[in-house]
Design a protein around this ligand. Structure first.
Ligand code: GLU
Length: 492
């Protein structure tokens, strides 16, 4: 096979927003394709109509695009050889029906009319007998003709069938997993004959996925560990239809380090959707960086990488067998590294956060870009984990002053403090060049044996910023200017 023939897909179901686990699947399929110069395909698996949510597909694709993942084919970029890219549309074109008919004709699939109630009774009996749940073939010992007669009998009763595929009892499904190595699952472990088409005419996931991966010439399938139990069923369909099986890789579970449990959508201790991180102001570069290390590790100790670097160094042999650790603190650290690394492009986003929070007016940033840059620096942008964190840091004292309260008032009410503040104001009034160094010199000149440390700094800080703690005071004065500083002192 030449490298060009590699075709890899990400196949989301539009059942909600893009989850961290799915984003990881998408990112690794994308990395695989880009590293080996293959074709990356997006296919929408929307046959479970009850679980589809409105805008689910759009949200999936928008979030992928936001992460910086691009695709070569998909619903919005059809290649006529493989289109359409939504399973619902493929179903309408009769693509799955064709192969269901083929399996019915070969006698490998059959119509099954058991009602959910009957199935429940069987399952309960199996449980009571301590047997693994399995389907019991209802036409045992009948000829094809007798089976056809049964079909007609059931149809006359108004029953609607599902289509089941027959699973041989003595087969062992084997595959060489890209991540897990040699895998073997015996057919008796998969619960017997299973449904390939539901009563409403929709194919099931395990059937449609095989038809589509085959028709779309998919060569490699990387997906979550939770799909391991589906793989033998899918191999069974490939075998039944006489098709080549693609190469499978099942990526390790993701564990939440805080709870030690598998990351699950119900776990509220952790944000799990890309959208939520985007809203808080995580950077797409940081998200890819962090997710790219979930279940994969590069050679060496470095941890900060661009997506291009990931593409270059990607090596499927370094996909890990051990569970990946989702450590929210590490994600914050990675994002902080990215904020510092790309400050110039982050600054407009920080300014946007202030507008969104109603702290700054829109357009203000464009009028005084340099001022904003300096202000973010003084406010402590270097320490933030995500852009929304800048809001409380930048609001006070740069846009608003906190209210005075008794505790603050006490700090500036002694005669010594009053004298100190007045001396400072006097010297500042006379200062020509209000630089942080010059302001610092004034404060130093006011220092005496008795008046130092907190006694010196706290009254000045309260007089100027209405707070006991905060960023570097001389720098605040230099940035905000003489007039602002003196006004605050006068308003005391
Ligand atoms: N639509 C499936 C899912 O969302 C895709 C599974 C697969 O990659 O085969 O999990």
């Amino acid at each position: 096979m030449t490298e060009k023939d590699i075709r890899v897909r990400y196949a989301p179901s539009p059942t909600g927003h893009l989850h961290i686990g799915n984003a990881r699947t998408a990112i690794f399929n994308w990395l695989y394709t880009r590293h080996f110069n293959g074709t990356f395909v997006i296919r929408i698996e929307d046959t479970d109509t009850a679980r589809n949510v409105e805008d689910g597909e759009k949200s999936q694709l928008d979030n992928l695009a936001w992460l910086g993942i691009d695709w070569d084919e998909g619903p919005d970029k059809p290649n006529s050889k493989y289109a359409p890219y939504r399973q619902s549309e493929r179903n309408n074109q009769g693509i799955y029906q064709k192969y269901i008919n083929e399996l019915l004709e070969k006698g490998i699939a059959y119509k099954s009319y058991k009602t959910p109630e009957q199935l429940n009774v069987e399952r309960e009996a199996q449980q009571a007998a301590k047997q693994a749940p399995h389907y019991i073939y209802e036409y045992e010992g009948l000829t094809n003709e007798e089976r056809e007669n049964k079909y007609q009998e059931y149809e006359a009763q108004g029953l609607k069938p599902v289509i089941r595929i027959h699973v041989s009892e003595d087969v062992v499904y084997k595959w060489d997993d890209i991540v897990k190595g040699k895998m073997e699952i015996a057919s008796k472990e998969i619960g017997g004959d299973w449904v390939i088409q539901k009563a409403d005419g929709m194919p099931t996931y395990n059937f449609a996925v095989v038809v589509d991966d085959h028709l779309m010439d998919i060569t490699h399938v990387l997906r979550g560990d939770d799909h391991v139990s589906n793989t033998p069923k899918q191999i069974g369909v490939y075998n039944a239809l006489g098709w080549d099986v693609p190469k499978f890789g099942h990526m390790t579970l993701i564990i939440n380090t805080e709870t030690g449990k598998k990351l699950s959508k119900r776990d509220e201790s952790i944000l799990q959707f890309i959208e939520q991180y985007k809203e808080l102001g995580y950077l797409p570069e940081a998200m890819i960086n962090f997710i790219g290390l979930l279940g994969w590790s590069p050679v060496g100790e470095d941890e900060i990488f661009t997506k291009e670097e990931f593409v270059n160094m990607f090596d499927p042999k370094r996909l890990s067998k051990a569970p990946a650790k989702f450590d929210a603190k590490k994600l914050q650290w990675v994002n902080n590294q990215w904020i510092r690394k790309s400050l110039d492009s982050v600054i407009p986003k920080l300014a946007d956060e202030l507008v969104k929070a109603g702290v700054a007016t829109s357009g203000d940033y464009q009028n005084r870009t340099e001022w904003y840059k300096k202000m973010f620096e003084i406010a402590g942008v270097d320490g933030i984990a995500y852009t929304q964190e800048i809001v409380p840091l930048a609001t006070y004292p740069f846009f608003k002053l906190p209210e005075m309260n008794n505790e603050l008032r006490e700090v500036v009410s002694s005669d010594v403090a009053k004298q100190l503040i007045s001396d400072f104001a006097q010297q500042l009034t006379n200062l020509q060049d209000v630089s942080a160094d010059n302001v610092m010199s004034i404060i130093r000149s006011l220092q005496t044996e008795q008046l130092r440390g907190r006694d010196l700094w706290n009254p000045l800080r309260v007089a100027i910023t209405r707070a006991i703690q905060g960023p570097n005071l001389p720098e605040i004065v230099a940035l905000m200017g003489k007039e602002w500083t003196l006004k605050n002192i006068n308003d005391l």
